[in-house]
Design a protein around this ligand. Structure first.
Ligand SMILES: Nc1ncnc2c1ncn2[C@@H]1O[C@H](COP(=O)(O)OP(=O)(O)OP(=O)(O)O)[C@@H](O)[C@H]1O
Ligand SMILES: [Mg+2]
Length: 269
């Protein structure tokens, strides 16, 4: 039974090692974190430290070696529609239209609960959330990178996930498209109030979007080095924040962690 005092999502002393022949690589060690319902968490850390591994563990795609992921006090160790993942490389099915790429997820999860007309409305509603209503019949090859990413986000949202897991969702996009999508994600988060966990390499993106930023130490055996709370009110406006002292302080704290105290291994002299 879950109690009110229990965290919504708990990463309970998670460790992960990969085995290759007789060699064991310890990637994550003692990852411990409680996340509240509706929080926006960013995970930041140098390349190869184990961020994707951690996200895949939360998504139930990778088994833990030690510890557990607890969602409302229940262990989750396999994928489920309540935890949707958006990958960095937009994973749309190229032979399906924008509409059908979302429909395939909706039909799978809601076929017993929603009528055909309700599902059609729901598919269109989610594509409208990411401003893609004008391209329902288009195929992935006809879309820009940002548009494909938006469809990927719509597909993930259409599952009504309690938790949306985003692995560098804007990594491959140009700066303007990236800013636009960040704004869309903030808008969706404020409207749906779901829990978001996002991996990023971008310090400004982490500060702009997050309630808390989880900073990871370098691998092997990476763990959480520090967790920074971002006490900025919402809605947040990127232009106004440029000259905001709290924003600047948060930014400086993350940069200090990543580039002074925990330099990328290849950059340490
Ligand atoms: N299936 C696997 N088998 C063996 N080793 C793996 C496997 N998946 C990941 N690793 C190793 O675990 C470490 C962490 O990888 P991971 O992809 O989680 O890093 P990351 O922090 O997401 O990096 P990046 O920022 O470059 O995406 C790496 O050393 C990687 O080689
Ligand atoms: Mg990764």
């Amino acid at each position: 039974m879950s109690k009110d005092s229990d965290p919504y999502l708990k990463l309970d002393h998670i460790a992960k090692s990969f085995q290759r022949g007789s060699t064991t690589t310890e990637v994550l060690r003692d990852i411990h974190l409680s996340i509240a319902n509706g929080e926006y968490i960013s995970i930041i850390g140098h390349s190869g430290c184990g961020k994707s591994t951690l996200l895949n563990i939360i998504g139930g795609l990778t088994p833990v070696t030690k510890g557990a992921v607890l969602l409302q006090n229940r262990e989750v160790n396999s994928p489920g529609p309540e935890r949707a993942i958006v990958f960095q490389n937009h994973s749309l099915l190229p032979w399906l239209s924008v509409y059908d790429n979302v429909a395939i997820a909706v039909n799978k999860v809601f076929s017993g609960r929603k009528s055909r007309a309700e599902r059609d409305e729901w598919i269109k509603h989610n594509l409208a959330l990411v401003h893609m209503s004008h391209a329902l019949e288009k195929f992935p090859s006809e879309l820009s990178g940002g548009m494909k990413q938006r469809v990927g986000i719509a597909r993930a949202l259409s599952l009504e996930p309690k938790i949306l897991l985003l692995d560098e969702p804007f990594g491959a996009l140009d700066a303007l498209t990236r800013a636009h999508l960040q704004d869309s994600v903030m808008e969706i988060h404020s409207r749906l109030k779901n829990t978001m966990i996002m991996i990023t390499h971008d310090v400004d993106e982490a500060v702009l979007l997050s309630n808390r930023i989880v900073m990871m130490t370098n691998g092997p055996a990476a763990t959480i080095g520090e967790v920074l709370t971002v006490p900025l009110a919402r809605p947040r406006d990127r232009l106004a924040l440029v000259s905001d002292a709290t924003y600047t302080q948060c930014r400086a704290a993350v940069i200090e962690f990543l580039y002074a105290r925990h330099k990328a291994p290849s950059l340490v002299a």
